[in-house]
Design a protein around this ligand. Sequence first.
Ligand SMILES: [Mn+2]
Length: 309
Amino acid sequence: MSNTEIKPEDSRETAYAGILSFLRFPYSRDLDKADIAVLGVPYDLGTTNRSGARSGPRAIREQSSLVGEYEWGVWPWDYHLSDRHHLVDYGDICDFTAYPERMTAELERMAGEIISRDTALLSLGGDHFISLPLLRAHVKKHGPLALVHFDAHTDTWVDDSYNHGTMFYHAIQEGLIDVDHSIQVGIRTPNPDTFGLQIIDAIMMNNMSNSDIAGAIHDRVGDRKAYLSFDIDFLDPAYAPGTGTPVSGGATIMQGREILRGLRGLTIVGGDLVEVAPAYDPIGSVTALAAATLACDILYLISETLTRD
Ligand SMILES: [Mn+2]
């Protein structure tokens, strides 16, 4: 073989070039062999503050090529996701931007179709409203779920409108969330009513170790099936300025990663990572890079759940 010949192992695309699928997973809607799918939801008509999260999925995919999934996996996880599971990038939910009701119905349908085929789903927002149709789809398959929720905001505002600050109120009203086993972490905005959810607010979080926070989540959720929802504004704006509703006083990226890794052993059946708004992320796409990294960590948690099943 001449040394100019390209061997298959040399044909891997470089981190800074190539087509943008999440982590270089194949773009595919073939669910026959897919264990885990990543779905983009470029929707932000649920925002009550600054819009822009519709551009989140593309930005997260772009930065995901820098996160790696090198042949050893994503540090500090000690295996390669693709060695255990077949993962696909399912692409985006399309063409419903101007039609909130149609988007809501279509997202629930599409997510339901994916998970009905025993393919676990991680969705990339989009604003946080998308968690409501996603929860509806997951609950149809699994029954009411424990919610593990990282955010600066509780998103349980009592209001008939459906937006990114009310969707967990509606989810509770609809019986989607197993409130007694659900927990919100990182909250640093007023929350008039907890609805029985456990809250570790930002001050408590600042005075706890990462392992103690993870332990509290384990204690709360136990062996229940859980849905993990991660709003990037859980992080401090110093680390994640690219989001619609930033609130100072949040977590570092490493805090987020360490708490997530501490959730090994939970039964995470699905999740989302939301509220990345690249227009406010001008320096080095740090928010999207953090989001891509945290999304990897969530994929590892889903992978560990599938491996135990
Ligand atoms: Mn939030």
